[in-house]
Design a protein around this ligand. Structure first.
Ligand code: SF4
Length: 321
């Protein structure tokens, strides 16, 4: 372990303000947010939530101008199957109520939609259009959550809601783009963002450009590694909180390791035509499957190599090239 956490590690929105991003499904610690940091710079907040908070809390977030992303997968049949409450009951009614609240206040927000080949993505998007949703962040289901003990893709998976393989991913994704366009919904997706910008790293956290501070004081390099007991905590630990000093210690050697997971450096990716769209995909998913931080994310790889030529042809066609 080396130096304490420096201000430049804070995720800066621009030169004069700070973006504080929260991936949390439990809002109780949020009673006291600051609008300016100690230097007087504005602080902005972004929350990714399961959308089951009380109306009072949702209203409070609106007054604090939180950027809100709600994880929701579709009509009640799908939502309740994928995202039950801790007591086993469905979450759809509560989440719908909160979506109605945001829409009624004309408050901008995004739905984080995870899709499986089992479900009809067109029906799902129509449902969101009817609710008044204007922004959808679309990502496929991957077999790497707490529920999935073994990473298996496609229909051969033993799981009822199985993760899609290349062709299924592609078909649903293209259907989703067309349907969102039809209903005036803006669609976000990692591939589309990376395709338009070009990247060297798949994500900010696994390249140590941003960090997740967990409830038990771990500085994590992955949004999915959320406490010290996670089986991948050692791989993604960038430091930890030192209670006595009220400071974070950073592991500089780990930062160096994470910076090496770059599109131009990854052994299996450095010569790939799509490396600046994909950069090896999600590190934690590669670790789940291969136990190797420098491996590629298999399902992302197949999807990327298929979608990039399609997107290029689509742009050329639409531009009359
Ligand atoms: S498409 Fe595959 S080979 Fe190419 S950069 Fe992505 S993971 Fe690596």
């Amino acid at each position: 372990m080396g130096t304490v956490m420096e201000p430049e590690w804070i995720n800066k929105k621009d030169n004069n303000s700070i973006l504080f991003e929260v991936s949390i499904n439990h809002p109780c610690w949020f009673c006291d947010v600051t609008e300016k940091n100690r230097d007087g710079r504005p602080v902005h907040y972004l929350i990714t939530t399961n959308g089951t908070a009380s109306s009072k809390f949702m209203t409070w977030m609106m007054t604090k101008k939180f950027a809100i992303s709600i994880s929701m997968d579709g009509p009640s049949k799908i939502q309740d199957r994928n995202r039950p409450l801790a007591n086993g009951n469905g979450s759809s009614k509560i989440v719908e109520r909160n979506v109605h609240l945001l829409v009624s206040q004309h408050y901008p927000f995004t739905i984080r939609l995870t899709y499986s080949p089992k479900d009809d993505v067109v029906t799902i998007i129509k449902y969101f259009a009817k609710l008044g949703v204007k922004n959808i962040h679309l990502e496929p289901l991957f077999p790497h959550g707490r529920f999935y003990k073994v990473a298996k893709f496609g229909e051969k998976s033993q799981y009822n809601v199985y993760p899609p393989v290349k062709k299924e991913l592609l078909t649903k994704f293209l259907q989703a783009i067309d349907t969102c366009k039809k209903y005036g919904i803006r669609i976000y997706n990692g591939h589309l963002i990376h395709f338009t910008r070009g990247i060297g790293y798949f994500c900010g956290a696994a390249s140590a450009h941003s960090m997740l501070a967990t409830h038990d004081g771990l500085l994590s390099g992955c949004l999915e590694v959320v406490d010290r007991n996670d089986k991948n905590a050692k791989t993604f630990a960038l430091g930890h909180y030192v209670k006595e000093k009220h400071r974070f210690n950073l592991d500089k050697s780990k930062i160096k390791t994470m910076r090496a997971r770059h599109a131009d450096l990854l052994p299996k990716c450095k010569n790939c035509f799509a490396r600046y769209v994909c950069a090896g995909g999600c590190a934690v998913k590669a670790v789940h499957v291969f136990c190797n931080f420098f491996e590629k994310d298999l399902s992302y790889c197949g999807f990327t190599r298929a979608i990039v030529p399609i997107l290029i042809k689509k742009i050329a066609r639409d531009s009359g090239v």
